[in-house]
Ligand binder design. Sequence first.
Ligand SMILES: NC(=O)c1ccc[n+]([C@@H]2O[C@H](COP(=O)([O-])OP(=O)(O)OC[C@H]3O[C@@H](n4cnc5c(N)ncnc54)[C@H](OP(=O)(O)O)[C@@H]3O)[C@@H](O)[C@H]2O)c1
Length: 358
Amino acid sequence: MRRYKVAIVGATGLVGQEFIKVLEQRSFPMESISLLASDRSAGKRMFVAHREIEVKETVPASFEGIDIALFSAGAETSRYFSPIAAQSGAVVIDNSAAFRMEPTVPLVVPEVNSEDIQWHKGIIANPNCSTIQMVVALYPLHKVNPIKRVIVDTYQSVSGTGSAAVEELTTQAKQVVNGQSTTPHVYPHQIAFNILPEIDVFLDNGYTKEEWKMIEETRKIMHADDIAISASCVRVPVFIGHSEAVHVEFSQSMSPDEARSILAQAPGVKVLDDPVISLYPQSWSAAGTDEVFVGRIRRDASHPRGLVMWIVADNIRKGAALNAVQIAEEMIKRDWIHPRGRKNEKIRTIADSHGNPL
Ligand SMILES: NC(=O)c1ccc[n+]([C@@H]2O[C@H](COP(=O)([O-])OP(=O)(O)OC[C@H]3O[C@@H](n4cnc5c(N)ncnc54)[C@H](OP(=O)(O)O)[C@@H]3O)[C@@H](O)[C@H]2O)c1
């Protein structure tokens, strides 16, 4: 079996550390691993499969000889280094929002659209965490009974913002309990014992960018441009695990039992749904697991063809690291690692080596 030279850009971050865990747990066929971060972490040492490895600063030469580069170091870093990595011959799987809506970049959730991997040109985008868990649950239902409209309200954990936000919630929670005042750094307001209806920047239309990502990315992944979608994305004082209340309008009426039985067979989904014993998905128990959990499935009292459900997943695993590693596994299994036409044509990346759009 062939083994691959893997690089993780952002290895010291929350997602980067989860990448290491997921690669180890799934026995990913690695020949070597390069741990890359900014100059701040250069020289730091981390363990991969009981071997101590030095973290290096990410520079253009970091990608020479690399087969697969897993990026999770923010959009700016991806915009600059991903085209360089792709030109060096690596396939980039990028966790940032930098390339997700580019028409030449596949945006992939393996349970939904793994076929899209085959037309990559050196960069594959990993969707936003809230979008991933929603489409894993909605797509199996959509295949049976096309979805017309989705209204989703999210309850997103602070780990979605990175390690600084996890620290901020920890610090503020202690301060509030001790009767001290708090000073927000990561978020515009205190997050401990509070709820913020603001994730990413506000757009001119009143939505936030996170909400707009859910709308656009869902349509691209499901190849369903005509689904009407509205989202409200909310940050809650939870460490790990995003939860979503999702209202779905189908083409035909669907009973909760039918939805439960479709979802019980769906890849990557686990149904937890028994009100009698208060069984439903919770962020606390979803943390550290791979599945997308669905429960509270019921008829929408406001629409004859509507269902309501509660969808929860670990945003660092299925919402980021696990989904990206699953893309890499699928690419290897289907022998789609070489971009189409790479032998005959120069790879058309969407930015030059300085990250400027072409
Ligand atoms: N957290 C989630 O749920 C989630 C989900 C999906 C996607 N993502 C995306 O994944 C990325 C990272 O998220 P995170 O939660 O892991 O953040 P994080 O904990 O703040 O970690 C950021 C990582 O990026 C590295 N980095 C920052 N600037 C860099 C640069 N100029 N060059 C190279 N490396 C650099 C940092 O290295 P240093 O240690 O040197 O600072 C660190 O390893 C973001 O794009 C985020 O949008 C996150």
